[in-house]
Design a protein around this ligand. Structure first.
Ligand SMILES: Nc1ncnc2c1ncn2[C@@H]1O[C@H](COP(=O)(O)OP(=O)(O)OP(=O)(O)O)[C@@H](O)[C@H]1O
Ligand SMILES: [Mg+2]
Length: 231
């Protein structure tokens, strides 16, 4: 449903992405992996429209969307959870969630109930300021907020970064639940290998701005890990 073809991106004249090809099929969870600084976040930013590609094509459900602005892409169904979470610290949890509903004009009630079911901890904290939540709770809030925009595809940038193991498990279970419901596909940038093995259907590995390995997650063997992921 989401396809990137031959995407290249430069920052200040230096080439960051070199002809990236990537597909996220319907009802699947795709992991994009790679060491620090290889271009994972830049790939996601190109997908959500925060970075302009120099060349290449981006399609959603077969329609080109590369010329659209970020808000237009969001309305077509691309939900984004940026690296470092990016919630509003001075707004309450409820306000953070509600803002998402207002901005995207999604019908409130049902969606909010469903999201609070996925993330029960947020239900207990609706009146708390986002900024006082733990890192793991903020990550859940950021994911919840993205789901409230009713996306077809959810794009997540390192949701496990700096988060304690029990919350990582919980986030993994939630992603699997979302995927199983069948309405949202997921593109996950992740450096935590075990997490990808647990939740992913397929993988792509990036190195210096290019895809250097890809396949079903079961094909992600020690050799590939050693060559492209181990630091
Ligand atoms: N706004 C920018 N201007 C110039 N260079 C940038 C900019 N953003 C990123 N870069 C450079 O582009 C390269 C890829 O960065 P990117 O953030 O996409 O990597 P990443 O794979 O997400 O890394 P990490 O694992 O650390 O999050 C890096 O060399 C980075 O320094
Ligand atoms: Mg990054």
């Amino acid at each position: 449903m989401l396809t990137l073809t031959n995407l290249s991106v430069s920052y200040d004249g230096s080439r960051i992405l070199r002809g990236v090809n990537l597909t996220v099929p319907e009802r699947s969870l795709v992991c994009l992996m790679g060491r620090n600084g290889v271009g994972k976040t830049t790939t996601l930013k190109s997908i959500v429209g925060l970075v302009r590609g120099e060349s290449g094509t981006l399609t959603l459900d077969g329609k080109p969307i590369g010329h659209l602005k970020p808000d237009q892409r969001a309305r077509l169904g691309i939900g984004y959870v940026p690296q470092g979470r990016d919630i509003f610290p001075h707004l309450t949890v409820w306000e953070n969630l509600n803002l998402s509903l207002v901005v995207h004009g999604t019908r409130g009630g049902g969606h909010l109930d469903r999201v609070l079911e996925l993330f029960p901890v947020l239900k207990e904290m609706l009146q708390r300021k986002g900024g006082v939540l733990s890192g793991g709770q903020q990550q859940q809030l950021a994911i919840a907020r993205a789901i409230l925009t009713d996306p077809k595809i959810l794009v997540l940038d390192e949701p496990t970064e700096g988060i304690q193991p029990n919350i990582i498990d919980l986030i993994g279970e939630t992603l699997l639940k979302i995927k199983k419901e069948g309405r949202i596909s997921i593109l996950l940038v992740e450096q935590y290998l075990d997490f990808c093995l647990e939740v992913g259907d397929s993988f792509y590995i990036m190195d210096r701005g290019a895809i250097v390995a890809e396949g079903p997650i079961a094909h992600l063997n020690d050799e590939i890990v050693k060559e492209h992921l181990t630091v």
